[in-house]
Design a protein around this ligand. Structure first.
Ligand code: ATP
Ligand code: MG
Length: 442
């Protein structure tokens, strides 16, 4: 790969609406003229190459091809690529490479926004480091602190943590970051938004300024990118495709439907299509519980997962969903980022997400690692404007599907709003579904 970096002006594919002011843009790593990189082309040790082969990864994904060489050179990187395209390995593989052979101290910290993602990333690090002598621990809330304390005090090379629990450990001096060299914020835009910013700032104060920092996400709103700059040193932007684009492997559509008809439509769709596994997102915790009750009344077993559940309940829900014991999981935003569950065939936005980025992440829970998936978004009349905002950020219209008997007033209201928000893409055609297509749940 060509090593030079180009200035921002060379950056292709930036959408007009999304382009942040030039002074905020991170220097963009150039991949122009670069050839496809194979695993053997990357200077990763035999132990790591072996773990990659065992994972069954035939070739590195574009974000891996572009980010890994830069991370190996010690550069600060902001890595942006669609959901499900292997960002975890893009930072973990070179991180493991940089640690092996060095002193046995706590040298790397990866922060994630949720407990479930923390566990998943820890499993990834462990998988890629399986032939390397590194100790990895995950540290997250909702479970007893004592076992984590013991693990930290015994000494670890890599910590994967959620911020709140990590701060508890720092306050108890269970861990000291004097030797920390690498900091990764997975789901970086979420970690730097208002909810997490104070915690991240408190943690970063404990870490030496001379370190390598990496930020990864499928989305990065310009205002968050501006905030991110204070954590980065001469960062390189590695961006695959257009910013904030939805995964190309997901077929998504908007279903106009009144609020009080949503659960009936959900049951109808779940009964109509073959759903190996469906993840349904609601805006609120009580909403998730309500949808579960309504589905069960309709004869469709479902489980809720949200922040009012205990951690053992949350963990069991995810495990059962992964193993196929649970076919329909109804969750709040705690499940929207990073989770990599292979067999999710359908994502349903029962409520339209409140942030456009949330839409990208939610529908990205399906269609991962080159597999395909379907995503439905239920849009009530008062949610039309939000759908328009999402379409603007995506830079593409989302097709409308009208289901006979559910679509609220048919096209009228929707069309008016589309005319108002015409800044976005061309109007999408509307498909009308009247007949049953495939058979239903097994
Ligand atoms: N080079 C590769 N070849 C094949 N599969 C891969 C490769 N790299 C990663 N994967 C698999 O792709 C899936 C998605 O990877 P990962 O969870 O890292 O995606 P992501 O880009 O972080 O997505 P998100 O934005 O949703 O967090 C995982 O199951 C992972 O094992
Ligand atoms: Mg990820």
């Amino acid at each position: 790969m060509k090593k030079a970096v180009n200035a921002v002006e060379d950056a292709p594919q930036e959408a007009e609406v999304e382009a942040p002011p030039a002074e905020l843009v991170t220097e963009r790593a150039s991949t122009e003229g670069s050839e496809t990189i194979r695993w053997v082309d990357l200077p990763l040790s035999p132990e790591i190459q072996r773990a990659i082969a065992e994972a069954g990864y035939v070739s590195p994904t574009p974000i891996q091809q572009q980010a890994i060489p830069l991370v190996l050179r010690g550069r600060d990187v902001m890595g942006l690529a669609q959901t499900g395209t292997g960002k975890t390995a893009a930072f973990t593989l070179p991180l493991v490479q940089r640690l092996i052979g060095g002193p046995r101290r706590t040298r790397a910290l990866i922060l994630t926004p949720t407990r479930e993602l923390c566990v998943q990333v820890e499993e990834s690090v462990t998988k890629y480091a399986r032939h390397s002598p590194l100790d990895v621990v995950s540290v997250y809330g909702g479970v007893p602190i004592e076992p984590q304390t013991q693990a930290l005090r015994a000494g670890v090379d890599v910590i994967v943590a959620t911020p709140g629990r990590l701060i508890d450990h720092l306050e108890r001096q269970n861990v000291i970051f004097d030797d920390l060299e690498i900091l990764v914020l997975d789901e970086a835009d979420r970690m730097l938004d208002m909810g997490f910013a104070p915690q991240i700032s408190a943690i970063v104060k404990e870490i030496p300024a001379f370190r390598q920092t990496m930020l990864f996400s499928a989305t990065m709103p310009p205002e968050v990118e501006a905030l991110a700059r204070k954590y980065l040193r001469k960062p390189l932007l590695v961006q695959v495709g257009r910013r904030s684009s939805a995964a190309s492997t997901v077929t998504h559509a908007v279903y106009p439907v009144a609020h009080n008809r949503k659960s009936a439509l959900l049951a109808e769709l779940l009964n109509r299509e073959e759903h190996e596994s469906a993840l349904v997102f609601t805006r609120t915790k009580s909403g998730a519980d309500r949808v579960v009750r309504q589905l069960e009344l309709a004869g469709i077993p479902a489980t809720a997962m949200h922040a009012d559940k205990t951690q053992p309940q949350r963990t069991k829900a995810i495990e059962d969903f992964k193993s196929g014991v649970i076919k329909v999981l109804v969750a709040t935003d705690i499940a929207q980022r990073g989770l990599d569950i292979q067999n999710i065939t359908h994502v349903v936005n029962y409520d339209v997400p409140q942030q456009p980025e949330d839409y990208v992440h939610r529908i990205g829970r399906t269609g991962r690692a080159a597999k395909e998936g379907d995503a439905y978004t239920f849009m009530a009349p008062d949610e039309i404007a939000m759908v328009r905002t999402i379409e603007r950020v995506l830079g593409a219209p989302i097709p409308r599907v009208s289901v006979e008997g559910y679509d609220f007033g048919t096209a009228g209201a929707d069309r008016e709003s589309r005319a108002e928000g015409a800044a976005a893409a061309a109007p999408a055609g509307k498909t009308v579904i009247t007949k049953k297509r495939r058979s239903i749940r097994g």
